[in-house]
Design a protein around this ligand. Structure first.
Ligand code: PMP
Length: 401
């Protein structure tokens, strides 16, 4: 315990302990109340503004009234209600897969998938323990990192979206070794989009299962919000699409989508699906409506992208370095030094902007950044307020000329 106190003291003394601002209003709206004061929020993943949309709330209310607040058990027991089967179905349709399995969080989906496919369920099936190799992008989300650990498979890291490095590494592995490639569709912290056609070619050439974590792509990318695969027109070429319901779809939960056979298998091989309660009906009811709105209201995505493009152009003009090429509607602004980034974020906060710092261990040391997320519900006035705060605070800290 002494050591924990020591650690906490070090973090607090150096200003590294996160502030955990207490939000007194809906944290998914562009304007939030903290300590009775209004702030503009630029860190919510509620990209399309669906979290507080009235049609969705009404659908959730109907499910809540019928089913109550909890599921009463896992899908194996009493949790397999009709509404959840409908959510599985609508989710699969959204991302262009045959079927889908849904989890209370995306993190749980990522904990399930690697073990299910790389660790034997019975005997040596599907693979002998520890015989598989997972090829994972160096900047993959921590839930993928944790999921890989549970799988007993060996993990080989390839450089971020570097297809040459991936191919060099995968080509040295014997043909009969069970292989899996895992990479995010939209790297929101890096500002990058996956080079999907190349990844698909490598997976096919070396007979590897391909899993795309599209937590930040679903709802945002593609004509109907089907995600990164839809953006590239390659829905049928991915073995497993993982997604999250708590970002563009405004709710909470996660899913794995793929062929009927893979999903049928995942229902009996995913420990976090079997050993934990089902998605509650209240969420399922709201999410089914959210998926419908996401598919039909293309204008929400257009507004999201135009907001993000406006910010990127102006942030760069002011002198900030925005990571990525503007293919995704998130603008990670690189600051570098952790302490400077924290001070910058504090200055923004004093100017009414809530945009926290991403720093080590979330990102490599010396690459601290502010991940500026936009929502389709941000107005131009909100965006201009952010730009003004960035410019003034950036000049004060000499981050920009
Ligand atoms: N994958 C990625 C890329 C994520 O960003 C996140 C959430 N930040 C997750 C998985 C986990 O999803 P959830 O929040 O639904 O648990």
């Amino acid at each position: 315990m002494n050591k924990i106190s020591k650690l906490l003291n070090i973090l607090k003394r150096n200003g590294l302990y996160p502030p955990f601002y207490r939000i007194e209003s809906a944290g998914t709206n562009p304007e939030v109340i903290i300590n009775g004061k209004k702030y503009l929020i630029f860190c919510s993943n509620n990209y399309l503004g669906l979290a507080t949309r009235s049609e969705i709330i009404r659908a959730a209310e109907r499910a809540l009234k019928k089913h109550g607040i909890g599921p009463g058990g896992s899908r194996f027991l009493c949790g397999n209600i009709a509404l959840l089967e409908q959510l599985d179905h609508e989710t699969a349709k959204l991302v262009g897969a045959e079927d889908a399995i849904t989890f209370p969080t995306g993190y749980m989906a990522n904990l399930a998938i690697f073990k299910a496919l790389m660790d034997p369920l019975i005997g040596n099936l599907p693979h002998k323990k520890g015989s598989g190799i997972i090829f994972s992008d160096e900047f993959n989300h921590g839930s993928i990192v944790d999921g890989c650990k549970l799988s007993y498979a060996k993990k080989i890291i390839f450089r971020h979206i570097d297809m040459k490095d991936l191919e060099t590494k995968i080509s040295t592995v014997p043909n009969n070794t069970p292989k899996m490639i895992t990479i995010e569709g939209v790297f929101s912290v890096e500002g990058d989009l996956v080079p999907l056609p190349e990844v698909i070619n490598i997976a096919k050439k070396y007979n590897a299962i391909l899993m795309i974590d599209d937590a930040h792509g679903v709802g945002v990318m593609g004509e109907k919000g089907g995600g990164t695969a839809q953006h590239f027109g390659l829905e049928s070429k991915i073995d497993i699409i993982m997604g999250s319901f708590d970002k563009a779809l405004g709710g909470m939960g996660g899913f794995l989508a793929g062929s009927k056979e893979i999903v049928e298998y995942l229902r009996i091989a995913s420990r976090s699906y079997m050993l934990s309660s089902a998605v509650p009906a209240v969420l399922a009811g709201g999410l089914i409506k959210a998926i419908k709105i996401c598919e039909t209201k293309k204008g929400l995505r257009e507004k999201l992208f135009s907001n993000a493009n406006y910010l990127r152009k102006n942030l760069e003009e002011i002198g900030f370095r925005v990571l990525g090429k503007g293919e995704i509607p998130v603008n990670p602004v690189l600051i570098g030094d952790e302490i400077k980034a924290i001070k910058f974020s504090e200055k923004l906060f004093r100017r009414g902007i809530y945009a926290p710092t991403y720093r080590w261990p979330m990102v490599p040391k010396g690459t601290a950044r502010i991940r500026v997320t936009t929502m389709s519900t941000h107005t131009k006035k909100y965006l201009d307020t952010l730009l003004e705060a960035f410019e003034k605070s950036g000049k004060e800290l000499k981050l920009i000329p």
